[in-house]
Every structure is written in C-alpha cells, then in structure tokens.
Design a protein around this ligand. Structure first.
Ligand code: AMP
Length: 192
C-alpha cells in the first residue's frame, strides 16, 4: 500500500506514520528525517542542505526529488511505503506522479485537529518555540501550504480524514480502520 500522511505540526503525524508503517510492514519515508540524517552524518548532500534547513526554507526540488526517487526504488519499498513530508508543493506532486503514476498513491491520510486542542497540546509539552503566537503562525503556514495539495488529492478522491486528537493507540486504530474502509473521500471522524 502506498500512502501519504498530511498533518499540521504537533498532530503526531510522524509517530503515527511509524506505528502504521510497522503495522503494515512497509517503510516510513520522511524526507525531513532523511535530510537530518545526511546532516548528522556530514555527507555531501547534508552539507548542501544544512543551511537551507536551518533557515526553514525548502530544499530545491532537484535534490529532494532525486533523494526520494532513490529511496522509493529500494527493495523494502516494493510492497509500499508511507510518505511523510513529501510532496509538499504542487510541483512535487507532479514529480511524484512521474515516478509512480497519477494513480500511484492508494490513500492520502489527512490529520484533522481542532486548532484550540492542538494549541493546548503544544503548550503542554512546553517547548521553547511553542508560544501561542508561533503555534498559530505555524498552523496558518501549514493550512496555506497544504491547501493546494489537499485540493489535488481530493479531486482524485484519495483522501481519508482522521481525527488526530486522542490516545496514540486509539489514533493508530482510527487510521487503520480508515484504510480498511472501502470508500475514500469520506470523513472517518464521522464514524466515531
Ligand atoms: P520536516 O521534518 O518534514 O518538517 O522537514 C524539515 C526540513 O527539511 C524542511 O524545513 C525543509 O528544509 C526540508 N524538507 C523536508 N521535506 C522537504 C520537501 N518535500 N521539499 C523541500 N524541503 C523539504
């Protein structure tokens, strides 16, 4: 199964991607994690992207797409994968389309979280960059940037919405249930 997870910062998307990947026996492919690993290993690619990442900018597509292509071409990805953090722009959707086809993704899991609840959760974990204002800003940036992607995948009838708030185990079960349901484009929250 080829999946894409989309969700706002703080929604627990990475954790859920790990858990669902384990459950389905497919790799969790996070371009952010891959870049961070290159940086910590001090590879040539890591040196190229370190400053870009530190500034919070996007790594150029030619680097990102090539890295992604190499990753999904590895043997462990033949059964499928969970993409996390890629594609992030309509241009990257087009690149992914040319790699796996327009119909290449089986499902796009969209994490829905109530902004007030997300705010409470992030403030509770007490990270230095988690002030009310920065959280709100990151959420706004997320909504702005993902809107075009959601529109593309909604049009293709690939999206399933999952409520990301709640117990970690419970959310994993919600995702698995949503993936097992025969029809896409529905809101899994409504079945709660
Ligand atoms: P993330 O962990 O997904 O938030 O990614 C961390 C950083 O890696 C981002 O701020 C970007 O600098 C870079 N990055 C990750 N994924 C992509 C992508 N699909 N396109 C461009 N840059 C990316």
């Amino acid at each position: 199964m080829r999946l894409l997870f989309i969700g706002p910062p703080g929604a627990g998307k990475g954790t859920q991607a790990d858990r669902v990947a384990e459950e389905l026996g497919i790799p969790h492919i996070s371009t952010g994690d891959m870049f961070r690993e290159h940086v910590s290993r001090g590879t040539e690619l890591g040196e190229k992207v370190e400053k870009i990442m530190a500034a919070g900018d996007y790594v150029p597509d030619e680097i990102t797409v090539r890295m992604l292509e190499e990753r999904i071409g590895r043997p462990d990805a033949t059964k499928g994968f969970i993409l996390d953090g890629f594609p992030r722009t309509p241009g990257q959707v087009a690149s992914l389309d040319s790699l796996i086809g327009e119909d290449g993704l089986d499902r796009v899991v969209v994490f829905t979280v109530d902004q007030d609840e997300l705010m409470e959760r992030m403030l509770a974990r007490g990270r230095a960059d988690d002030s009310t204002e920065t959280i709100r800003n990151r959420f706004d940036v997320y909504v702005e940037q993902t809107k075009p992607l959601l529109e593309i995948y909604e049009e293709r009838e690939k999206t399933v919405k999952v409520n990301g708030i709640g117990d970690v185990h419970e959310v994993t079960q919600r995702i698995l249930a949503a993936l097992n349901s025969a029809h896409v484009g529905h809101d899994a929250n409504e079945e709660e």
